[in-house]
Design a protein around this ligand. Sequence first.
Ligand code: UN1
Length: 509
Amino acid sequence: MGLMLSRKETEAAAGAFDGTWRASGEELEVVSPIDGTLLQTIVTASGQDCDRVIAAADEAFGAWRLVPAPKRAEVVRQLAEALREAREELSQLVTREMGKPIGESRGEIQEMIDVCDFAVGLGRQIGGLTLPSERAGHRLMEQWHPLGVVGVVTAFNFPTAVWAWNAALGLVCGNTLVWKPSSKTPLAAIAVTRIAQEVLERNGHSGAIAGLVVGSGKEVGERMIRDRRVKLVSYTGSVPIGRHVGQAVQERFGRSLLELGGNAAVIVTPHADLEMAARAIYFGAVGTAGQRCTTTRRVILHETIYDQMVVRLKQLYAWTPLGDPRDEASLMGPLVDGNSVLVMRRALAEAVAQGGEVLHGGELRGDLGPSYATPALVAARNDMPIVQQETFAPILYVLKYKTLDEAVALQNGVPQGLASAIFTNDMREAELFISEAGSDCGLANINAGTVGAEIGGAFGGEKETGGGRESGSDSWKAYMRRQTTVVNYSGGLELAQGVTLNIDGDATE
Ligand code: UN1
């Protein structure tokens, strides 16, 4: 099979797959954030390549939808096996390409395997309801049918797992895929697509079922969102682009599934296990160099434990093992590129200008490489404009509260609504937080941090996060079309709602 990096580095790889690998767009140099080395040059997909990949996926759908769901699930089972075999190689590739620590990359590949396993079971469970009909001798039921081509647009921070959440479910549901990965992480996408290709072809199916287009949003993304053959666009990324995607897809009455920005907060009450809270907050803020949508960006501390918690967080921040993410000892690696470091520095300057105070970190670490910075802890207020935004960097804003109602209002007082958590051993506080008067987020945890959502639950959030749900629970329903069916086996015609058809005698005249 051979993953991307085993190829000669001088050989430009094709960034489009429709059953064969060929691309005619511009060249793209993929550079490692670890040390700036050129990993590979990719020929990206042109607009025409994109059309071709969508057409091939659409054609492949005709046959794939007819394969019984348990048999499609068997292909996904084999995909999980192939991913298990490639786990270490893929993990190393993810780390080299986007810079997350190797332990986190292994966790990401594990997440792909887990969601495939989940989807295998789903192959025998995508059933609809049978409901009581109001008419005698009638059956009322619903069925779930495959949708068609699913466009999957993924971000750099989870360059493989987010595809897997969509792909494993999408494939078992009978759909075909066109994947547009982030242009920062095409190598992981090419490697994963090759694995999928191998598994599909080995089972006698077209590789075009798992199509790929590496390319710019303008050239390739625009086509995908406007193409009527793409029945569902699953987009993970920023709020402004997500708003554009949602509108463009809606205009043609397509479906979109949006996973946009987060601005997760953790509330710590006086009744919390403070050390447990400090560690969860620390990892939630610093893990993946603050580049998860579930990253802890705000911590809301009760005034009585504020000083103590800040001291402990400062200690943990100062301890941070920052370095080469291939080194098992590094807890934090570089940000994805030099621009992200600039964005982080700009956000810190804005925070200070808006009345915040940097308590720790935020320094460039040019000695380690061009995209390294120390994680920052900033005393702030929730209404500062910069706190209301998602800056994709390791900046944690520290806020203070007096009453729990105030803390919940602060937690909810941002435009985003993805992840949230409370640390408390007081049952009333905990229950209030997850009640209808509590967190308004799609994910709300008690005594567990905001990052590291399990694949078994539905993943996604409210408000500007976009409302989509992926991965576990009944998220599969987004990947299918529902059909309500009445079967009349009574031998007579009975109209619904008690309506009668008054035809006297022979009404043929
Ligand atoms: C993302 O940041 O886009 O909950 C997804 C988590 C991961 C997924 C994050 N399982 O942190």
